[in-house]
Design a protein around this ligand. Structure first.
Ligand SMILES: C[S@@+](CC[C@H](N)C(=O)[O-])C[C@H]1O[C@@H](n2cnc3c(N)ncnc32)[C@H](O)[C@@H]1O
Length: 371
């Protein structure tokens, strides 16, 4: 006998259909909006508006506003096309049109000024972050997202002949841009992490894959008795001495260049991996964690800090976490994991997962103890 099936017809109101149309349009136009942001940054448009006013000019009656024609003259660009770009930027709330054809920085535009002096309340610029995520090299992996979904493998290597970290090694300029982008993202996360997790109970923190030292410097600044060891590739630590000196912690932090698949420095009682596990597929992650386990004292701790996905898509983390996951798929072969997936890696490497400290979503810090 054929089982009876009930047909359910999903009917949507005109209002819902209109909302769905608007939603899809915004999603697809989002890629064009990102082009506007990247182009404005690369042309130096934002730096043509009074830096250092934190976008406050935009809130006033035109103070600090500039005529589109003057901006075009400064940039040497076509005046009519420049006006169109500035209008698009105003529609995207990067600028404010204070009078016809006159524009001033809005707060989001101020965050794109290199150096970030113009950003509201002294927060760091996002210029390097935007530069990286609008970079043709990063986007080329995305051009082949369908290939990666079919194969499960990153597309970066097919496009460039080497994996992404080897590419950075071979292209020091791109490596410096990558380190700057990581540093900008991490400087925001660092304050939250330093407040949420007690680093003061450790004698020596080893930041494995610690990049330019932004996070370790923030930890050391908050804990005068803690020593630091920064470990990364030679390109990864290239800017570290400057960061550590600027943050006045160079006397408490040593810098080590090497390969975390081959070994990590001994002597720490906390091994910190911020946005490192995310870059690699499972077996490679287990190797990195095992290297930490090998040199760690029995009462030491491992701390993995990165985006953590909930078991189902339930709105508790922003969509950016899932887009980062796909970015790892196409560009590095890594992934954004759930708590259970991270704990499984820890177990495989000889750790017992302990507490999970929530940080501003999608980040969390997973502590593990050697067993
Ligand atoms: C996504 S970045 C994270 C940097 C930093 N922890 C942060 O959160 O800002 C990953 C880091 O891993 C480093 N890395 C990649 N391969 C490595 C290797 N084989 N040995 C040591 N470090 C490596 C990169 O140079 C980079 O600094």
């Amino acid at each position: 006998m054929t089982p009876k099936t009930e047909e359910t017809t999903v009917t949507a109101s005109q209002e819902e259909i209109d909302a769905a149309r608007g939603h899809l349009t915004r999603l697809v136009f989002g890629q064009l909006a990102a082009r506007v942001v990247g182009t404005a940054l690369r042309l130096g448009v934002l730096d043509r508006f009074g830096r250092g006013d934190g976008g406050r000019a935009a809130a006033g009656a035109g103070d600090g506003a500039r005529a589109a024609a003057d901006v075009a003259a400064d940039l040497g660009t076509d005046p009519r096309a420049t006006l169109r770009l500035l209008r698009a930027m105003a529609s995207l709330q990067l600028l404010t049109e204070t009078a016809p054809d006159h524009f001033a920085l809005a707060p989001a535009g101020a965050l794109l000024c290199d150096g970030g002096a113009g950003s509201p309340s002294g927060t760091a610029s996002m210029a390097a972050f935007v530069r990286m995520f609008t970079d043709p090299v990063v986007l080329s992996g995305w051009e082949h997202l369908s290939d990666s979904v079919r194969s499960g493998a990153p597309s970066f290597e097919a496009a460039f002949g080497v994996d992404s970290f080897t590419y950075l090694r071979q292209n020091p300029e791109k490596s410096a841009e990558f380190n700057a982008a990581m540093s900008q993202g991490t400087s925001v996360a660092a304050a939250g992490l330093a407040a949420a997790y007690d680093f003061g109970r450790f004698k020596s923190v080893v930041d494995v894959g610690g990049g330019d030292g932004t996070l370790l410097a923030a930890i050391l600044r908050g804990h005068a008795a803690v020593q630091g060891m920064l470990f990364d590739t030679a390109e990864g630590v290239a800017e570290a001495p400057a960061t550590l000196a600027r943050e006045h912690v160079a006397d408490r932090c040593t810098v080590h260049a090497g390969d975390f698949f081959a070994g990590v420095p001994s002597g720490g009682d906390l091994y910190l991996l911020k946005s490192v596990v995310i870059d690699w597929e499972d077996d490679r992650c287990v190797t990195i964690l095992e290297q930490c386990r090998r040199v760690m004292p029995g009462d030491g701790r491992l701390l993995i800090v990165e985006p953590v996905l909930p078991p189902t898509v339930n709105g508790t983390v922003p969509p950016g976490a899932y887009l980062s996951d796909l970015n790892m798929l196409v560009n590095t072969g890594g992934r954004v994991r759930t708590r259970a997936e991270l704990e499984h890696l820890c177990t495989r490497a000889g750790f017992a997962p302990a507490a999970l400290t929530p940080l501003p979503p999608p980040f969390a810090a997973l502590e593990a103890v050697p067993c």
